[in-house]
Design a protein around this ligand. Sequence first.
Ligand code: GLU
Length: 306
Amino acid sequence: MTETAPPYVGRFAPSPTGPLHFGSLVAALGSYCAARAVGGRWHLRIDDLDTPRLVPGAVEQILRQLEAFGFDWDGSIYFQSDHGSRYEAALEGLRRCGAAYTCSCTRKEITAHAERGVLGPIYPGTCRDGMIEPEREPAWRLQLPAGSLQVHDLVHGDYRLHAALELGDPMLRRRDGVWGYHLATTIDDAALGVTDVVRGSDLLPATLIQSALQTALGLPSSRWAHLPLARTRAGEKLSKQTGAEALDSDRPLPALLEAWRLLGQAEPPDAPASIAEFHAWARAHWSLARAPADGDPFADGLPHIA
Ligand code: GLU
């Protein structure tokens, strides 16, 4: 019997911490075109687990913006906050196989001593052999394998970092009960049958952790592609923290074309007259091979990832 490759499934996963900005548009457009160009599915996931950072009304605003920019998604919207029982079961599995451990360290204690890595402070493994403060409410961490972790990225090629020296054991569940991003995204990508994770290159190091989680949980490996980042004039990653403005839903075409160019794609010979015309051109001409690898996407550090 010959095995057939699973059909392409992509996704876009904004956090409702504010409206979409130009940087989000680049990630949305790249993942959308990559999926639609091969007749694949494209899911919309709302990353609404980090409750203290959620902004009321942001989900509705994001949906209106996606519609105004001509994006349509398959199936119903997947809200991470609906799937706590999936994360609980995964944590239980990791506990049983000895890949998760409890940690009593506070963020303050960690930042006071830890080196800074591309994903934030590198947890030095203080509680690996038992909690330092056993009476505290524990967090849960993933014990990363020893040595280097490596993934193959379709834009950046082979990418590797040393687990203990450059990443540190990531949080699975915080002390306040909030599920960690890496565990949730890994479980959700598997639940939605995502075959291809296409997103901004600031998340390339996160891929090493998510790939390690896929292995630990016995989940299928994703293909990964990390796209160039939109930057401010000063060269910083465009983000809510660097003052990115909300996408203007009244003028979608110029921003779509600018995002298309940033993704290194071929210029349409005539300016598209409508959103529908733009998307038809984009679907027919998308080429991941044209997307440039970012120079040093981590030069400015990264926004905090739980
Ligand atoms: N919600 C994450 C973010 O907005 C994206 C996660 C992902 O694409 O895996 O940065």
